[in-house]
Each structure stands twice: as C-alpha cells, then as structure tokens.
Design a protein around this ligand. Structure first.
Ligand code: KIV
Ligand code: ZN
Length: 506
C-alpha cells in the first residue's frame, strides 16, 4: 500500500496557538515523543523568530536522529540562512521556505507584484538548495491564489530545487470537494509535479481541516501536515490523530498506510495537552475523554456483548489501557511499575521513587487510583524536574468571617527556604500575593480554571493558570487532592516558565 508522509508541526504551527508556548526542554520532550510516535518529519520551529526558537530547533536537530527535522523560513536570505544554521546538525535536515501567493496577501501584506514574488521564491529555494537537498516550498494562502499563478509558482519552485511542494489552506477557507479539485488541478497543470512530493497543510477555521486533508490524500497527495490535538493558529491545524486513525480504520477505503505507531497516540496527546496547557475537549474524536465512553444503556449493552457493535476502533490501538485492574493502597511497587509500562512511561529510578511515593500518599486518600490519576502524578513529577522555585508548604485561613490570609514557604533556586504571608480577597488571591512577595516578578493573572480529573469527592483537582508579562502568556498547571495546594503549584509552575524563558534565574 502507498504510504502517507506524516509531517508534524506541533512545535511550530501548534505553538502558535494562543497561550500554547513551550520552553526548550518541553519542546525536546515532545520531539522525543513524536519520534516514538513515528512521525516522518518534525517541523521543530521558525528559527529566525526568536533566539529561543533557534536554540530549540538546533537542539532537536542534534538530538532526534530518525525523522527529518525541518526549520521554517520566509523567502528572504536571513531567514533561509538562519533556518539552515539551526537544522544543519540533523541527520536528515530540511529547510521549509514560504511566501504569500494570493493577491490579497500580495496587495495588503507583502506589497509586491506577482513577478517579484516569483523571483523571490525561486531565489530563496535555490539559496536553501545550496545548503541541503531536502527543500520544501509553500505558497501561503494557496487556496485563495489564482490557479494559473499557483501552478506557475509551484513549477518554478520545483525547478529551483524544491523536493516537496506544499499547498496550504492558510485561513481554513476551502471546502473538501473544492480542495480536492484544486489538488487535481495541481497534478494536471504543473508540468514537473512528478519530481516533488505534494503536500497539504489545512487550518480549521470552518472545522474542515481534517476533511480537506483526507480529500487531498484521496486525490494523490502523499504528505500531510498536522498537529497533535489539532492545536495551532486560531482554530488550529488538522489533527494528526484524526487523520491517522481515519486512514487506518478506513484502510478499505483509502488503501493507504502511515508509519505511525498508533499505540503512542494517547500518550502523545496527553503530553502535548499537559505541556501547553491547552485542554482537549471531552468529545474530541480519538483522544477526547468521552471518545470511547458509552452512556446509553443500549450502547453499553451492545459493547459488552460485542465491542464492534458501537466501537469502530479498539481503544487499545491508540494506547488506552486494556487493563481493568484498579490500583489502591495495597498495590505494590511492582504492580505500579507494570501499570506505568502499560501506559507507556519509563521513569528512571529516582523519578519512579518519587512518583511511587506520591501514588502511596494519594492511595491513602483515595480508594481507587485510576490511570488518569497516575498520568496526573507523572505530569506533576515532570513539572517538578525543571523547577526554579519549589513549593515547600502553604497554610491558608479563610471563610465568611475575617480576611483570607496565606503563608507560603518556597525553596528558592539557591536551595534556601523563603517565607512570606499576605492577605487577599480570597484564599487563592492571598496565596498568589504571598508567592509574588517572594518571587518578585510582576505579571497579570489572565486565566484561572479548576477541574476535577476523575469523578468522586476524593478526586485530584487540576488547576490551570495563565499569566501575562510583557505581552507574552505563560501557562502553569498544578494537581493535588487539595485545590488550594494545586492552585499554588500551578501559579509557581507558570512563574517558573516565565523565569526560565526570560532567563531571570538568580
Ligand atoms: O498556514 C500556513 O500557510 C503556514 C505556512 C507557513 C505553511 O503555516
Ligand atoms: Zn499554518
């Protein structure tokens, strides 16, 4: 069967999602997981956009050996040179050059003529080609570009050395049937199209990114650009897991394969959601909390008798645990470790000790510890590995009489404990103010939300905090059975990200 190349842009277009920024270590962690997932290409970032992005792309290029590592560049010499500089350490480097091609963009954004754009595209593809063989070219806003001009710019990019030509639906404007016809037109009217891989890149503004991508694949496209959980600019990009599972589940229809190890999908989705703080809606296809839940009696009865009645996919194929065993306070280290392995986690000895200890503490409070609880403990453990300030303890007094008061003890980067106290309008406000007195970095709280990760009064509470500083949003998460402690952890996590990004650790 023909194979579709999976080009993951979670770390580039995905990171452009509002509030979805990631730090260096987090990007590397996701890149490692994408390699395990089996993606063919990782678009690791846009190197010229910031020193942090350059560093992340270079690090990923050096560390991740199997997939192609791609860096994005606008069609200008500085961008192309910087992208090459960032990816040159990769085993399989790629430079991805893009330029707007629609008259709307040329007139209002670029303020250049079609001929000037053609020349720029040709020169910059050729410049990239002087560095490396694997070059991708994208005419931005392709779906609103006059067709004859689109064919012309693609032909010229291939002549200049592009080995992949990508057709982006940048503003998510296309309708599947129309997009399919556009792709047919590309195959029929670009004379040298056989010398390049044809790719597509769909945005989800009308909720059609996956449908458009699948239609294009049906018409012969063999690279699809997508992100985990469909995160990305505005309404996001096409979701990797939906495209891959559609191709797999309906292989009778598509007669295609991908190189994706689908049992890694769920873990990758959780990791991206944890790191970016971008939650997955419960009814999201494939990875939403309800995607394999059956509420109606008729459905439940059917699934018990024969899963195929109402389940078109086996949850195990995306890595959801097959085991019905529930862990509790009598479960030993061995059973715990086995469950971690089933969930796809392998921790070093130290990490395992810490998570096992946290599990025992939780199991003392909670009768049954579920897989979601374990994932939450692991996420908490991973957050503490790269901490700048660490929460040692807090104490709060609040109620409808008196003024909410919090005292907080943190362990500072120098290993010393720092304590302070504050009054607030409520317990969370008091805690945040006490933490601010210790950390001393100004910011504005933009979002605070709390949810319970499983059912029941003894459930773990997960808090998400977004803070803003100098126009940049930083996301923090914290989990605990005590929601006040979870709030403190989330706020410290957001501050730690701010401090690390701005390199303000003293
Ligand atoms: O949406 C878009 O057009 C892009 C390009 C850079 C490929 O992200
Ligand atoms: Zn895009």
């Amino acid at each position: 069967m023909d194979r579709v190349i999976i080009f993951d842009t979670t770390l580039r277009d995905g990171e452009q999602a509002a509030g979805g920024s990631m730090n260096l270590q987090e990007k590397l962690e996701i890149a490692r997981q994408l390699e395990k997932l089996g993606v063919d290409v990782i678009e690791a970032g846009f190197p010229i956009s910031s020193p942090g992005d350059f560093e992340a792309v270079s690090l990923i290029a050096r560390e991740i050996r199997r997939p192609v590592i791609c860096g994005l560049a606008r069609a200008n010499p500085k961008d192309v040179d910087r992208a090459w500089e960032a990816v040159q350490g990769a085993e399989h480097p790629r430079v991805h050059v893009f330029v707007s091609s629609s008259d709307i963009h040329l007139l209002h954004g670029m303020k250049k003529s079609r001929d000037e754009i053609l020349q720029l595209a040709r020169d910059m593809v050729a410049r990239a080609k002087s560095y490396t063989d694997d070059i991708e070219f994208s005419p931005m806003d392709a779906t609103r570009t006059e067709l004859a001009y689109l064919y012309q710019i693609l032909e010229m990019a291939i002549d200049a050395g592009a080995t992949t030509v990508n057709v982006p639906d940048t503003v998510g404007y296309s309708i599947p049937d129309e997009f399919g016809r556009l792709i047919e037109g590309v195959f029929q009217n670009v004379p040298n199209i056989g010398r390049a891989v044809v790719s597509i890149h769909c945005h989800n503004d009308l909720g059609l990114a996956v449908s458009n991508s699948l239609e294009a694949i049906r018409k012969g496209v063999r690279q699809v650009e997508c992100t985990i959980n469909g995160i990305g600019e505005r309404a996001g990009n096409a979701s990797l897991e939906e495209i891959v599972m559609a191709i797999k589940t309906r292989s009778d229809f598509f007669k295609l394969t991908t190189g994706i190890e689908t049992r890694q999908i769920y873990k990758t989705s959780r990791m991206v959601s944890e790191i970016t703080g971008l939650s997955v809606q419960p009814n999201k296809a494939i990875v939403g909390a309800n995607a394999f839940r059956h509420e109606s009696g008729i459905h439940q009865d059917g699934v018990i008798k024969m899963p195929i009645t109402f389940e078109i996919m086996d949850p195990k194929t995306i890595g959801l645990s097959a085991s019905n065993l529930v862990l509790g306070k009598l479960s030993g280290r061995h059973a715990f470790q086995e469950r971690l392995a089933e969930l796809g986690y392998s921790l070093n000895e130290e990490g395992l000790n810490r998570v096992f200890h946290a599990f025992k503490v939780l199991a003392d409070k909670k009768k049954e510890v579920t897989d979601r609880d374990i994932e939450s403990l692991i996420a908490e453990e991973q957050r503490t590995v790269s901490e700048v300030y660490h929460l040692d303890r807090i104490q709060v007094s609040c109620g409808d009489r008196g003024i909410p008061t919090a005292s907080v003890v943190l362990i500072a980067p120098d290993g010393q404990t720092r304590a302070d106290a504050a009054l607030g309008t409520g317990p969370v406000d008091a805690i945040f103010k006490a933490i601010d007195k210790i950390v001393g970095i100004s910011n504005v709280l933009a979002e605070f939300s709390i949810k319970s990760i499983t059912e029941g009064i003894d459930a773990i509470g997960e808090v998400l905090v977004r803070i803003e500083s100098e126009g940049v949003t930083y996301t923090g998460r914290g989990a605990d059975t005590d929601i006040i402690v979870a709030s403190a952890k989330a706020y410290i996590n957001a501050l730690n990200r701010l401090l690390t990004t701005k390199n303000l650790i003293s």
